[in-house]
Design a protein around this ligand. Structure first.
Ligand code: VGL
Ligand code: ZN
Length: 218
């Protein structure tokens, strides 16, 4: 049983990719992805500061299998920057699949960070694109705002949450993953690999019931 975690003014919740395409019925549905929406709405109520990320690809994006004749979704290709998993077309800019879930209700979110908008580079991480060179600007934003710890929840646990958590640690932030507010795609053991890599990075995994808002009287 983990200790309780008291949320303070220097904490920010990063809500990752709660979009139609990552939920059942969507183009790249994460199994049971819709189950995290209500718990994330509640979780967000514990935070004064929330940032949302939105996967946001142009048509013909390099990560789409449809952009590579003869390739199929979930194949891996060699992109100019290294291996890249190919996905079904998803989160295309301006489409319904790219919109946030209608039942996501976090009106006090302060920033929507879009990523994956360069045609030739995918971006799992909210901090740094898959070429591992192109920053999104989020680290600078969060540092300038004075945040120290980043809490993560959303989709998918083993891709965007995983890589965002790793980069947040590299950028010097404390990282806490709210695991029951995430769901995984789980390609070839990627969910288990994610748990191991988070441990190795000193990222903490908690469940939402451990979270205590700073304002709760004791
Ligand atoms: C994601 C695959 C492709 C994610 C985004 O949000 O985890 N995964 N694009
Ligand atoms: Zn994507």
């Amino acid at each position: 049983m983990t200790k309780t975690v008291t949320v303070n003014e220097r904490d920010v919740l990063l809500v990752v990719d709660i979009q139609n395409d990552f939920c059942p019925g969507g183009a790249l549905a994460v199994p049971r992805g819709d189950e995290v929406v209500a718990p994330i709405n509640l979780l967000a109520g514990n935070f004064a500061h929330v940032v949302l990320t939105q996967d946001w690809h142009p048509p013909g994006h390099l990560s789409f299998a449809s952009s590579h004749p003869g390739r199929r979704p979930f194949d891996t290709i060699m992109a100019p920057y290294g291996p890249q998993v190919l996905w079904p077309d998803h989160c295309v800019q301006g489409t319904r699949g790219a919109e946030f879930r209608e039942d996501l209700h976090i009106p006090h979110a302060e920033l929507v960070l879009r990523k994956g908008y360069r045609r030739g580079i995918d971006s799992y991480s909210a901090f740094c694109e898959n070429d591992r060179k192109t920053p999104t600007g989020l680290a600078g934003y969060l540092r300038e705002r004075g945040f120290e710890r980043i809490f993560l929840a959303g989709l998918a646990f083993d891709f965007c949450v995983r890589y965002s958590a790793a980069d947040a640690r590299r950028e010097g932030f404390g990282v806490i993953v709210v695991e029951d507010c995430c769901r995984a795609i789980d390609l070839e053991g990627s969910a288990a690999a994610t748990r191991e890599s988070l441990q190795a990075l000193d990222a903490v995994c908690v469940t939402a019931d451990r979270m205590v808002p700073a304002s709760t009287p004791r």
